[in-house]
Design a protein around this ligand. Structure first.
Ligand code: JFZ
Length: 450
């Protein structure tokens, strides 16, 4: 079985791009071609921003709310609509947000177009529960972000809560034994009367169509919580998206066993995967803005997650939760600057690379890129060896070139039976992760972890 997996791995590494090129010449778009920019991108910004942001997580003295505010604070719809009317993020600046993402090394932005509260953060024609007719802002932030992403060369993508909508009367939720678990039972208490198809026809599908028609190229439709949406209903949505924007990528939360890639929430899987996948994470403990939450992941943690995810063939979608005024919190900006500083020097170890052929190392992680029949390995060392020697077990290919990405200091390479030993400077070039670049002869068919 392992030999088959190794063959598939080799085929994907060496022939994947050729296959994509052939398909690009035809009218059909192959999955490889559709995914190519995204798999090269490796790193994106998630933005959770809405009416709920103005509360900063606080409601009636409780301080642990966020994007679920309407549900967790048990706010009746009419009261929430009145609260939405006060939403006026006068400090919102699309150019600033996109610049922060770009300088952090992020290649795409996924912004909440409609979260579970059913409030559209764009000029939706479907109903008045949106930022133009249902708030004080009178501007379309998604239009501004889409235009700014185009100017700065980032892909514009949208999050859409598919199976949860606390504004619509026909959005049932639940699973075996847990009926209505995420439904709006305050305004719509009779769960059995809700007809999901009516909600899809009246709201979700028309909004998906307007997002794919009025906002330029959409890089990814990032669906969330499909709940009771069936495979057939999900497939119809996929077909609509493919018809409107064939190059638009769809994540796996559009319906059961559907979508172009799988999503991991707040975690990095143990092993690598040959199929496209993404880990999405918050920087503190909330997706939406919570002013009381000061439990921030460190810059080191975030950089290690980025490298770990890339070393397993995945993408890292890192979240910011802007305030009700439209400002990305300073703690998030500070961490994104640190990630950007690291990527500025070491980005080639992330962009356009794929999973390690060796799995994980005790001292750090490895990513690889196949170029002209040879393999470039990027060894990201988290724990720099105090004795100046680093072993790369399992590397049998001849090492043709070797260097440090962040230093002109020389290194030496010694081949052993079971791998290679690198002689390194005593001091690590980077306190968080130092990258050693090795070009080796041929393609490595090492172990492949599921
Ligand atoms: C959902 C939302 O409820 C949440 O507000 C946020 O938008 C997040 C990105 O997506 O939360 C989830 C969805 C799926 C899982 C966990 C949390 N899951 O499958 O484990």
């Amino acid at each position: 079985m392992r030999k088959i997996k190794n063959f598939i791995l080799l085929f994907v590494l060496v022939f994947g791009s050729a296959n994509a090129q052939n398909a690009a010449n035809s009218t059909e778009i192959s999955p490889e071609e559709r995914m190519e920019w995204w798999q090269d991108a490796r790193f994106g910004m998630f933005i959770h921003w809405g009416v709920y942001s103005q509360a900063g997580g606080e409601w009636n003295g409780e301080t642990n709310h966020a994007e679920w505010l309407q549900f967790t604070a048990k706010i009746p719809l009419q009261e929430y609509k009145a609260y939405a009317k006060t939403f006026n993020p006068v400090k919102f600046d699309a150019k600033e947000w996109v610049s922060i993402a770009k300088n952090a090394g992020m290649k795409y932005i996924v912004v909440t177009s409609k979260h579970h509260d059913g409030f559209a953060m764009y000029n939706s024609q479907v109903n008045d529960h949106n930022i133009i007719k249902g708030a004080s802002f009178q501007r379309d932030p998604l239009k501004e972000l889409a235009e700014e992403c185009k100017k700065q060369g980032l892909r514009f993508c949208v999050y859409y809560s598919l199976g949860r909508d606390w504004e619509d009367p026909d959005c049932p939720t639940g699973y075996a034994g847990n009926i209505a678990w995420r439904s709006n039972l305050i305004d719509y208490p009779i769960e059995k009367d809700k007809k999901l198809q009516r909600y899809l026809d009246r709201k979700a599908i028309p909004q998906i169509k307007e997002l794919l028609t009025d906002y330029g190229d959409i890089g990814v439709m990032w669906f969330d919580t499909y709940e009771l949406v069936s495979k057939q209903q999900g497939q119809k949505i996929v077909d609509i998206i493919r018809e409107l924007q064939p190059k638009c990528i769809i994540n796996s939360r559009v319906g059961p066993c559907l979508g172009d890639y799988t999503v991991n929430e707040q975690e990095v899987p143990e092993g690598a995967s040959i199929k496209p996948w993404e880990s999405c994470m918050t920087m503190n403990n909330h997706w939406g803005y919570n002013k009381a939450d000061n439990d921030w992941r460190t810059s080191e943690e975030l950089i290690h997650h980025l490298i770990d995810i890339a070393s397993k063939g995945g993408n890292f979608l890192l979240n910011v939760g802007p305030t009700g005024e439209g400002v990305i919190p300073a703690e998030s900006v500070e961490r994104l600057k640190a990630v950007g500083d690291w990527i500025n020097v070491n980005g080639e170890a992330i962009y356009g690379t794929t999973f390690s052929p060796f799995g994980k190392f005790d001292w750090g992680r490895c990513t690889q890129r196949v170029e002209n029949g040879n393999t470039v390995l990027y060894l990201s060392v988290f724990d720099w060896p105090t004795d100046g020697e680093l072993t790369v077990p399992g590397l049998q290919n001849k090492v043709l070139k070797y260097s440090l990405l962040d230093s002109d200091e020389k290194i030496a390479v010694k081949a052993l039976d079971h791998g290679v030993v690198l002689k390194l400077p005593r001091k690590a070039p980077d306190a968080i992760a130092s990258v050693i670049k090795l070009e080796v002869d041929g393609v490595i068919s090492g172990q492949f972890l599921e």
